[in-house]
Design a protein around this ligand. Structure first.
Ligand code: F6R
Length: 607
């Protein structure tokens, strides 16, 4: 989603802003812009499309100045064109905004009635108008911002730059993340720490309702009443590391290959030397008193939750309800006070998931989350946080965060089973042993890459594809389809294999590609029957299985990808790898923008 940067610096602001925006590219965007103060006057450059366009504009029409703000916009209100790109400027006030001003229509009408002239279709422009109106009434910048913020409904991270104020930026946050970074004689603002690395590794994350008044010498925090706030800074460890692709062409490839390592790191937090699971200190949840677990997430994280539903039910005998976060609040869920809701998220900033979290809280649910970004809003809003140690995930399509989520969720399910007295010590040790072996299975799965590449040459020519599986292979089928469609733009669907004959089988015709996910688990035979049904109608089968499965599968699949034999419990983590590789290589062959597919944002901070 939109990315924000700001600098009150010592050197040329435009260079710093363009570099920082580059680090925010991964969030997804469709236009970009920067504004600086040149001899006290506001100047800006904006362009549609990639940052390279903005850079060439700035190269041909340079912007001087040591203070400035920048933005990458992911369009919500108004087309992705140059006029709607941020920063918005109104009479000496420039702003950049992430979030949605929900009452923008009403505010726009009021402002228009008072004579304001709007130049964009965005919700954000009202903020610039409102602040400039307060300035005209004689308010100093901070006072003007304080007057306007309470009028804004919805979510925002905002940064303000004022004509004539060479040493002042104001940041404000409600709902959308914003961080300030400390330098020597220079200070920064950014929508996440990745934007600020490598400028500084000392940051403070604003809390909701905070205002940061940023000058070269210091950063002060206030609430909208002007009362000073104490906000601690923290040293972050991600300086620079986040933005290197290593030997890979794309972040997505790098992140797929990192999985054995980061899944291993994640598991190491939970697996004890005696082969049992220990949840981190302070993360002990009394699963024995819970009658139901609600799992809520979006997209890939939702599919991780769906796989975990099978695990919680199987190993902890714990009933699970699972919802997409965008639907959860609109069902009339009969909650039992004292039950637990579990939220899964890479970014910890997904608006739908955060709104669901607050909804569950107000219904007396204990809040636990599985989150990759430990400084995120979700981590801070949860009673208990189970970290995934995937490291920064830059490719928009989630890969390593997904498998780390699975690893963590399996550990929690095992702990829950023990806590509820339904998982024997022997079974726990067997499950943990399988988990400990999982990075090895994933490494073996990566060895399938040359064969996956061959398959990708065919799949990349298809217009449609189906992915099918049963049990945990069903959510995996949906994840495989999601990966393929988001990075290749090929239409793909994931289906429960047994459901095919209830409708989708009508799609099958000669050479229609169907990816069958069928390791030799308890559902194998039934899935083989569904595969035969597809083959009988001319479908082109790509079978993803293990050695045992390959030895008994019908020989007529077009292509077979064979993983090592492994326990059913952990198979989803290894099976995910060839699915990710298939999506990646198909996209690379097609030449799509693999790391920033069209229309997508890394962290979806609007509902
Ligand atoms: C797909 C993908 C998205 C995210 C979803 C939730 O590859 O990345 O579907 O999984 O937007 O995001 P987080 O996990 O940040 O809450």
């Amino acid at each position: 989603m939109c990315g924000i940067v700001g600098v009150v610096g010592r050197g040329p602001a435009s260079t710093i802003l363009l570099d920082a925006l580059k680090r925010l590219e991964y969030r997804g965007y469709d236009s970009a812009g920067i504004a600086t103060l040149e001899d006290g006057s506001l100047r800006r450059r904006r362009t549609v499309g990639k940052l390279a366009n903005l850079k060439s504009r700035v190269d041909s029409e340079p912007l001087s100045g040591r203070i400035g703000i920048g933005h990458t916009r992911w369009a919500t209100h108004g087309r992705p064109d140059e006029t709607n790109a941020h920063p918005h400027m109104v009479d000496g006030v420039a702003i950049v905004h992430n979030g949605i001003i929900e009452n923008h229509r009403e505010l726009r009408n009021d402002l228009k009635a008072a004579g304001a002239h709007f130049t964009t279709e965005t919700d954000s422009e009202v903020v610039a108008h409102l602040v400039s109106r307060e300035r005209k009434k004689g308010c100093e910048p901070v006072a003007a911002v304080c007057k306007v913020l309470p009028r804004l409904q919805g979510t925002f991270a905002l940064v303000f730059l004022f004509e004539g104020y060479e040493n002042l930026l104001i940041g404000a946050r409600k709902g959308s993340p914003l961080a300030v970074g400390y330098g020597r004689g220079e200070m920064f603002l950014g929508s996440d720490a990745i934007a600020l690395a490598p400028l500084t590794d000392i940051v403070t994350y604003l809390e909701d309702g905070d205002l940061a008044v940023v000058t070269r010498e210091q950063i002060k925090f206030f609430d909208v009443n002007g009362d000073a706030l104490d906000r601690a800074s923290a040293k972050i460890a991600i300086s620079g590391v986040a933005v290197h692709k290593g030997e890979h062409r794309h972040f997505m490839a790098k992140e797929i290959h990192e999985q054995p390592t980061v899944v291993g790191q994640t598991l190491a937090q939970y697996i004890q030397p005696n082969g049992t699971i220990r949840l981190p200190r302070g993360a002990d949840v009394d699963f024995s008193t819970i009658s139901r677990l609600s799992i809520v997430a979006c997209g890939t994280a939702f599919y991780a939750g769906l796989i975990a539903k099978y695990w919680f039910e199987r190993y902890a005998k714990l009933p699970v309800e699972i919802d997409m976060a965008s639907e959860f609040r609109y069902r009339e869920v009969p909650f039992r006070v004292g039950d637990v809701a579990l939220f899964v998220s890479q970014s910890g900033e997904t608006a739908d998931t955060l709104a669901s979290l607050e909804f569950a809280k107000t219904h007396g649910q204990g809040i636990i989350s599985v989150v990759n970004v430990q400084t995120s809003t979700m981590a801070r809003a949860s009673d208990v946080v189970f970290p995934t140690l995937a490291g920064p995930e830059i490719g928009v399509a989630s890969t390593k965060a997904f498998t780390c989520q699975l690893a963590t969720l399996m550990c929690i399910a095992i702990a829950a089973g023990r806590c509820r007295g339904v998982l024997s010590a022997k079974d726990e040790i067997a499950l943990v042993r399988a988990l400990a072996d999982t990075p090895g299975y994933m490494a073996r799965a990566l060895e399938l890459e040359p064969k996956v590449l061959e398959i990708a040459r065919e799949v990349s020519m298809a217009g449609d594809a189906l992915f099918i599986g049963r049990g945990t292979n069903y959510p995996l089928a949906m994840e495989g389809a999601l990966k393929l469609k988001e990075v290749t733009y090929i239409h793909a669907e994931g289906y429960a294999a047994g459901e095919l004959k209830h409708g989708p089988i009508a799609l099958i015709e000669k050479d229609f590609p169907v990816m069958v996910i069928a390791p030799s688990d308890s559902t194998f035979e039934k899935t083989m029957s569904n595969m035969q049904e597809v083959m009988a109608r001319g479908g082109r089968i790509i079978l993803l299985t293990d050695q045992r499965g390959a030895s008994v599968a019908p020989p007529s699949a077009w292509s077979v990808l064979v993983l090592p034999d492994m326990p059913q419990s952990v198979a989803p983590l290894a099976l995910a790898v060839p699915l990710q590789l298939l999506a990646y290589h198909s996209a690379a062959i097609l030449g799509t923008d693999v790391d920033q597919p069209r229309n997508l944002a890394k962290s979806v901070t609007v509902e």
